[in-house]
Write a protein that binds this ligand. Structure first.
Ligand code: 3PG
Length: 213
């Protein structure tokens, strides 16, 4: 199954994908509104907290203008639950045969992770040509993605891991990069203090710095 068309739509308008690690359900909706006000309408809620699935469900129901996806999907149980709770897209740091199989049962865009040419070719065999590239900075992501853009030009990437205000624009300028994922937009201290205005300001600043208005 090819995931090209749906991933294409996902990244057409969303170059910055905030990666969210959140457990406080009550903060989910204000965070989503803060991001929307800052011009960002996508959130990857990672399954790293006990309430992540409840947060995905709440966002899907209460903030329909936000495209809410699930991240850190490591197995088929995560995948089924994420979809059941309303996830509109699914992200994994890697790819297993189990994940490829479960992904084929749903229409939601799936962004599996791959780094090496062999892993990328394996993902292509399964029909996935939109991939996460994680952890980007640890793997010298900019140079690696640049090098991959010629022999594996049919693959598009969303690098994450170490993406910040200083390097996002550089990554996005690569022909094979369709978006970048980053956690710095939703900082723990801002969430704890309810500083949603800062989240909006950071979102605006980020979009400006990468040239997306
Ligand atoms: C992650 O899955 O944690 C993301 O890649 C975020 O990485 P970052 O915290 O370096 O932005």
């Amino acid at each position: 199954m090819s995931n090209k068309l749906t991933c294409e739509q996902l990244f057409q308008k969303n170059k910055i994908v905030p990666v969210v690690i959140l457990n406080d359900i009550d903060k989910a909706v204000p965070i989503a509104h803060a991001l929307l006000e800052g011009g960002i309408s996508v959130m990857e809620v990672t399954l790293r907290t006990p309430n992540a699935l409840a947060i995905i469900e709440k966002l899907t129901k209460e903030v329909p203008e936000m495209i809410t996806g699930a991240g850190t999907i490591l197995n088929d149980d995560h995948y089924h639950k994420a979809i059941k709770h309303g996830s509109q897209f699914i992200v994994s740091p890697g790819l297993t045969p189990e994940l490829a199989k479960v992904a084929s049962q749903y229409d939601a865009p799936f962004l599996p992770g791959a780094i090496t040419p062999t892993e990328i070719m394996q993902a292509l065999l399964y029909g996935f040509n939109y991939l996460k590239f994680f952890p980007a900075e640890s793997y010298n992501g900019y140079e690696v993605l640049k090098a991959l853009s010629s022999p594996l030009s049919m693959v598009k990437f969303c690098p994450t891991g170490g993406i910040n205000l200083d390097n996002a624009r550089k990554y996005l300028a690569l022909p094979n990069v369709v978006g970048v994922g980053c956690s710095f937009l939703i900082k723990e201290e801002q969430v704890a203090s309810g500083n949603y205005a800062k989240i909006t300001a950071t979102a605006k600043e980020t979009l400006l710095s990468v040239g997306v208005f």
